[in-house]
Design a protein around this ligand. Structure first.
Ligand SMILES: [Fe+2]
Length: 235
């Protein structure tokens, strides 16, 4: 990627459906928070380290699922209309290699003798930073190059149907986990649109569980109250 025209590369949304926007915001925010925690972590503190490593594993599992969803639904749809996805396919293969390498780095921290744990933690920090740097470049490619291809070859209704197929394939726990990383990364209008759509689409008890286990815990009380008012949820 050349950097002289970074802003010029970003295509205007022009009212089109932003299939990558919310999930990529969620991944970027979570990756930044985890990198920051890794850098600041005291690897002599076993409880804090265990919690951090578990949180990194959870993010990597979501990232792996996200890559599978894009391969199975977005790239397949483009390929089905004769559009090649070689670069982003190769980037997804690199991600899969990174997931395996990062898992080894996590295990190395877990199994290191106390005297070597900080060193294993430093290696994991640098490896994770390199992975998210690649992921940021990859998501930029998707949102500046792949998205315009989707807009050119698919209607917004078709793009929404692709996203709905992905969401419908998620087990409830994974759906909640994605909601938890996405909502705090999104702006108030995006939150209201997502949660308003859930309110319309879900049975009442399911929606109540999503509010309790995914929506409320992921937001500050002030942000939750603002969302509650804009969507028209009962107090
Ligand atoms: Fe991707």
């Amino acid at each position: 990627m050349t950097h002289a025209d970074l802003l010029g590369r970003v295509p205007a949304l022009d009212g089109r459906y932003d299939i990558y926007g919310n999930i990529h915001k969620g991944l970027r925010r979570t990756e930044c928070l985890l990198l920051s925690r890794l850098g600041a972590n005291d690897f002599a503190d076993a409880a804090a380290t265990d919690k951090l490593l578990a949180d990194i594993r959870r993010l990597l599992a979501l990232a792996a699922a996200h890559v599978r969803h894009e391969d199975g639904e977005i790239h397949a749809a483009l390929n089905g209309r004769g559009i090649a996805t070689d670069l982003v396919d190769a980037q997804h293969d690199d991600h899969r290699a990174a997931f395996a390498a990062l898992e080894s780095g996590i295990v190395a921290v877990e199994t290191a003798p106390a005297a070597h744990r900080a060193e294993a933690g430093r290696a994991l920090y640098l490896a994770f930073a390199a992975y998210i740097a690649d992921d940021f470049a990859h998501m930029h490619e998707e949102e500046t190059v792949t998205a315009p291809l989707l807009w050119r070859h698919f209607t917004d209704e078709e793009l929404l149907a692709i996203e709905m197929r992905i969401i419908a394939s998620l087990p409830p726990e994974e759906n909640m986990a994605f909601t938890r990383i996405m909502l705090p990364a999104m702006n108030p209008d995006q939150r209201a649109a997502l949660v308003g759509g859930m309110l319309q689409a879900m049975p009442r008890e399911v929606f109540a569980a999503v509010v309790e286990f995914a929506i409320r815990p992921s937001l500050t009380e002030a942000d939750f109250q603002a969302l509650r008012l804009s969507v028209g949820l009962a107090a």
